[in-house]
Structures are given as structure tokens and as C-alpha cells.
Design a protein around this ligand. Structure first.
Ligand code: SAM
Length: 219
């Protein structure tokens, strides 16, 4: 069998579905130029997050793991005038670059970065109105704790999306025992026992290779 170039597959689909975008090109280049790792969601995944946010008319979005704000901008663009996205980031340099990128995207007033360990930031949030959508995309080892907090912070009927839950099939390969992979397994076990969550894993392939999103609704 021939080896498929999955980045080319994404590029082909994107050529029909995702227009060229000067702002996002700037965001990617600015992030690379300032030394951020190349681990943002792909354009196709970013657009998926945008479409989810549009579908539910999200007005309040919480993100765990900002990096340069690439996924934040995709989701932030789905917000109405009075909408807000709060994104949590440990690394001050990443947060600085993200803020520059939000300015470039014209989203300064809607996208707010909170610097610090995301779990502490989450536990200190007491929102008057709960979030409509939470996107979790930070250190995998802490996913069970992030998910529990996300559940507290999201409204009934709200959505929690968790990135990188497939990891090239390492999650189901029990001979793989690193702490991040274990974090995903613990998250799955947590959800299995939680009667207020309904979820599924959508495994994906593309320029980010073999991975997947967990998509959950808080009942
Ligand atoms: N969501 C971003 C996107 O798609 O554009 C990518 C996020 S990147 C995969 C993960 C980010 O989480 C990194 O910027 C990293 O510094 C941050 N991070 C790691 N551990 C963290 C923690 N304990 N608290 C907050 N952020 C953390």
C-alpha cells in the first residue's frame, strides 16, 4: 500500500472549504517566528470549532491551553458582539504572542488570556453565567481535573470538546504508560461513570496526523 500524505488530503479539502485568510496566516507566522511550538489545531479543526460555536450560538467560551491563540481566534470569530472567550495559559510568552494575535484579528475585546496554571484558574472562576462551550487542549495528564472543572463551569446542554484523545492509537495500547496517555485513559474512565455526561470520540486524520476529539454534552 502506498503511503498517504494526509497533509495533502487536508489541503485539498481546505481548498474548497476554507478561504485564504491573511489574519490566520499572520497568526501562524508570528507564532513560529517567536518560537512557539507548531502544535495548534489544524485549519480544518479550527473551522470545526468555529462551526460548533456558531451552531450553538455560543456567547461564552472557555479554552484551556492558548498557545498563540490560533484556536481561540477560530472560536472567537463565531461570537456575537456581546460574546466573550476566556483562554487559560501557563506560559507568559505564549500569552504575549496570543494577545498580539488577538489584536491582529480584531478580537482584543472578546478574547481574554488568563495567565497561570489552568487548573487553578478554573477553580477560581465563579461565572455568573455558565459557559456554552469549553475546549480543552493543554497538558494531557491534567485532563481529568480539567474535565471535572469544565463540567462545573459549562451550562446544562453545553459542550465540552477535548483535543488529542487518540494519540496514534497509543491510548488503547496499554503497553504505553506515559503520564499524558494515562491522563486520557483516566478521562475516559471518569466519563464512563458520570451519568451527567454523554460523549463520543471522533478520531481524525489530516495534517495533525492520527488523533481525535472527544465531544461531550453536559446533560
Ligand atoms: N489550543 C491551542 C491552539 O490550537 O491554537 C494550542 C494549545 S497547545 C496544544 C497547549 C498549550 O497549553 C501550550 O501553550 C502550553 O503552554 C499550555 N499549557 C501546558 N500546561 C499548562 C497548564 N498547566 N496550565 C495552562 N496552560 C498550560
Amino acid at each position: 500500500t502506498s503511503v498517504v500524505d494526509w497533509a495533502k488530503s487536508d489541503a485539498y479539502h481546505n481548498s474548497f472549504l476554507i478561504p485564504n485568510d491573511e489574519v490566520l496566516d499572520f497568526v501562524v507566522k508570528n507564532s513560529v517566528d517567536q518560537g512557539l511550538p507548531d502544535i495548534a489545531v489544524s485549519p480544518a479543526q479550527g473551522k470545526f470549532l468555529n462551526l460548533v460555536a456558531q451552531s450553538i450560538g455560543a456567547k461564552r467560551i472557555l479554552e484551556v491551553g492558548t498557545l498563540g491563540g490560533y484556536s481561540s481566534i477560530w472560536m472567537g470569530r463565531a461570537l456575537s458582539e456581546d460574546g466573550v472567550l476566556v483562554t487559560l495559559e501557563l506560559n507568559e510568552h505564549h500569552a504575549k504572542v496570543a494577545r498580539e494575535n488577538f489584536t491582529k484579528a480584531g478580537l482584543d475585546d472578546k478574547c481574554k488570556v488568563v495567565i497561570g496554571p489552568a487548573y487553578e484558574s478554573m477553580t477560581s472562576l465563579q461565572p455568573r453565567i455558565p459557559f456554552d462551550l469549553v475546549f480543552i487542549d493543554a497538558d494531557k495528564r491534567t485532563y481529568p481535573k480539567y474535565f471535572a472543572e469544565a463540567k462545573r463551569l459549562v451550562k446544562k446542554g453545553g459542550i465540552i470538546i477535548v483535543d488529542n484523545v487518540v494519540r496514534y492509537g497509543q491510548v488503547n495500547d496499554l503497553s504505553v504508560g506515559d503520564i499524558d496517555t494515562i491522563g486520557i485513559r483516566e478521562l475516559l474512565a471518569y466519563i464512563k461513570e458520570d451519568k451527567e455526561i454523554e460523549a463520543t470520540t471522533i478520531a481524525t486524520v489530516g495534517e495533525r496526523a492520527f488523533d481525535g476529539f472527544l465531544y461531550a454534552i453536559r446533560k
